[in-house]
Ligand binder design. Structure first.
Ligand SMILES: C[S@@+](CC[C@H](N)C(=O)[O-])C[C@H]1O[C@@H](n2cnc3c(N)ncnc32)[C@H](O)[C@@H]1O
Length: 349
């Protein structure tokens, strides 16, 4: 990632190709043809290690480009594979964790992403007969690492930016749980078929992480951008972003996604406000109090930390180069002039 300067990135949110998951074999083998030989001769442990060595180069580059105090969020699933009738788990999450530690990152508590399925073939092995059946793989990991000490907010401007980037108390309660299942959260952007083929993660996954671990105006990096979900989420959240992708076939799709999803990105912000207003209504209905007022929207909030919370609303997205976009946001004074319960009008224009 030679275009990126040392210490220029505030947050990384990414999902690499998963070693030992067959859909990624071809790509790993094209980067390092020796991997094909390992697979063909049945040395799966060797193939697993060689695939991870490709990813290791990217993790090392992250150490260079990330600022001190920046966090890396790595979504990864383990793989199961049978080799010569020998069934085995390839623990990608453990191998990646080991490498981040070796590079000097500090490991933070991780998130389990529960991906429950009703597929009849989800149970593996010998069915109802002991002892050759295996528990289902219905989760992935979101590994969290920090480079160096906690980020400092020393200047008045930094402190202000941090307060404006706060999230709601009730969002904190869900987002900072160690088990995510995304049940009941909004549907993804369009282009589902492409998203399935590219193993895209749901929009909410990077969107939450970006709000949890970066500030408005920060720069977010996805070194394995795919369809660009992280970049879209960064646009919705008012962050700058950079993505790298080996497979350039995704580029036209990303352009279409950006162009077709401006109202979706705006809707993400509108729904945060709508959900907060519902939360307030429920709480007040239960006879409970909210002690503070948000200075920007004027509605009640639970804590003093939410008083300056400000949510940005995408106004326009323009192409600013062959592979870049410039996003503009509605003027905060204009947003302030709209009653929070009427913000949906932004999408009716
Ligand atoms: C799991 S997908 C990422 C999907 C993405 N999170 C999304 O939502 O669309 C991994 C991506 O990494 C890309 N890739 C693999 N090796 C790469 C490398 N060395 N540099 C850049 N991209 C790479 C693959 O082409 C693939 O699109």
């Amino acid at each position: 990632m030679e275009q990126l300067k040392e210490q220029s990135i505030d947050l990384v949110v990414t999902s690499p190709p998963y070693p030992m998951i067959e859909m990624w074999d071809e790509q790993f083998c094209s980067i390092n043809p020796a991997i094909k030989k390992e697979i063909d001769c049945g040395n799966y442990n060797g193939a697993f290690e060689a695939m991870h060595q490709i990813l290791d180069g990217v993790w090392q580059e992250l150490w260079r480009v990330m600022k001190t105090g920046a966090i890396a969020c790595i979504n990864i699933g383990d793989a199961t594979r049978t080799n010569n009738q020998k069934f085995q788990l390839y623990a990608n999450h453990a191998r990646i964790q080991q490498q981040f530690q070796a590079l000097g990152f500090d490991t933070l508590p991780l998130i389990l992403w529960r991906k429950q399925t009703n597929a009849p073939n989800k149970f593996m092995g010998s069915g109802m007969l002991p002892a050759g059946a295996y528990v289902t793989l219905e989760h992935e990991y979101i590994l969290l690492f920090r480079k160096g000490n906690r980020r400092q907010f020393n200047t008045a401007a930094d402190k202000h930016q941090r307060k404006q980037s706060a999230y709601f108390w009730e969002e904190r309660n869900t987002w900072f749980s160690d088990l995510w299942d995304f049940k009941g959260v909004r549907q993804d952007t369009n282009n589902r078929e492409l998203r399935r083929r590219s193993a895209a993660f749901p929009f909410n996954l990077p969107y939450r992480l970006i709000n949890m671990y970066s500030l408005n105006g920060d720069t977010v990096l996805d070194p394995f951008a795919g369809t660009g979900t992280t970049l879209l989420a960064a646009m919705a959240a008012g962050r700058n972003s950079v993505g790298y992708e080996l497979d350039l076939n995704f580029l036209p799709a990303l352009h279409t996604m950006v162009e077709q999803n401006i109202s979706y990105l705006r809707q993400v912000s509108i729904e945060r406000i709508e959900n907060h207003l519902k939360f307030v209504q429920t709480r007040v209905g239960e006879g409970k109090k909210l002690k503070y007022l948000n200075s920007y929207f004027g509605f009640p909030v639970m804590t003093a930390q939410e008083q300056d919370l400000q949510i940005l609303f995408v106004e326009q997205i323009e192409k600013s180069g062959e592979q870049s976009f410039r996003v503009s946001y509605f003027d905060p004074q204009y947003i302030k002039s709209i009653a929070p319960e009427d913000l949906a009008i932004l999408n009716l224009k």
